[in-house]
Design a binder for this molecule. Sequence first.
Ligand code: ZN
Length: 359
Amino acid sequence: MYFDKKSYSFLEELLITPSPVGYESGGQKVWRSYVAEYADRVENDAYGSVAGKLEVNSDVVTVMLEAHADEIGMVVQHVSDDGFVTLNRLGGSDSTIARAKRVYIHNKKGRVNGVIGNTAIHLQENKNGGGKQPAWKDIYVDIGVTSREEALKLIQIGDPATYTDEVDMLNDEIITARALDNRIGGFVIAQALKNLKNKRKSLKVNVLALNSVQEEIGGFGARMMSYRYMPDVALVTDVTHATDTPGINDKEHGTVKLGKGPSVQHGGANHPTLVSFIEEVAGRKKIDIQHEATGVRTGTDTDSIFYQRTGIPSALISLPLRYMHSPIETASLSDVKHLIELMTETVLAMEPDQTFSVL
Ligand SMILES: [Zn+2]
C-alpha cells in the first residue's frame, strides 16, 4: 500500500470524475472538498481554478504548488440527419485511437452512452484492416438513435465527451487510467498540502496549492491564478513521457523510466537555483530523481507561471507516464509517492525570507 484508504478513494474519485478542458467543474468540486480539510482557506476564480492555502503569517514568502485539473476530451461538433454524432477534439486527443471505443457524452443532466463506430474488417476495402488513419471528421459516435431530431433530445452541439475507461491496477504499483494527465498532479499537490498541514510546526512559509483549469488548451487557468496571487516561488507538477516502452528513441526524447522517481526538468522556464535547491533536497532525503532537458517550452503550466508580472522562480517536477493522451495512461505509484515527498520536503526546507536568484 502506497497510500492510506482515504487517499486512495480520493484518487479514485478524482480519476473517475470526467473534467475535460473547459468543463472541469466535476473534478474541481471533488478536489475542493478534499483539500478543504487540509487548508486554512480554499478559494476559486470565475473559471474554476481552485486554490487551498496554508497561512503561516503574512510576512513570509508564499510557495505555490501547482497542477492542472483538466483532461483532454472531445466535444460534439455535428449531428447528421440519421443521428450520428461527429466529435472534435478538446486539447490533444488522438483521433487515430478513437475507433471502437465507448464514450460518454456529458449533457446538462448527466451522460449519454455512445460507441465510436468501427466498420467491420470484412466490409473494409482493405481486407487486412488498417487503412488510412482517421481524422476526427472521419469518426462518428453511435448513440443508438435514428435521426438528428432524436439525437438532439439527448445531447446538444457543444456537449463534451470522454472515454468511459476508468481506473485499474496492473499490479500493486502500476496504475492505469484515463486522465492520469493530470488528475494525478491534483492528487500530488493535495497530498503535499496534507503533509504540510500535519507538519505545520516545521513549516516556515505560506503554501498555496493551486489546481488550475484549461492547461490542455494553453495554460490559461494557471496564468489567471498566478497573476492573482503572485507567489514568490512555484513548484509545478505534470506528467512527462516515460520513454521505456518499445519504439521510442530516447536519444531524441530523453531517458525516463517508470518507477525510477520523479523527473526534474532543466532549462527554459525552470529556475536554475530553484532546480539546484530541489536536487539538494532530493539528495539529502534520499529520493531518487531522474533528469530531463527542456529545450524551448516545457509544454506545461510552468510556461504560463514563470513570467507573470515581474517573474516567479518556478520549477517543474514531472511524473513519468506511459501512453500519454490515451485512455490507458500508465504510471507508477512509487513515483507518485516520491513526488509527493519531494514536493513536501522542498517546501519544508524553505526559509521565511527564501529567495532564488541566479546572480
Ligand atoms: Zn498535462
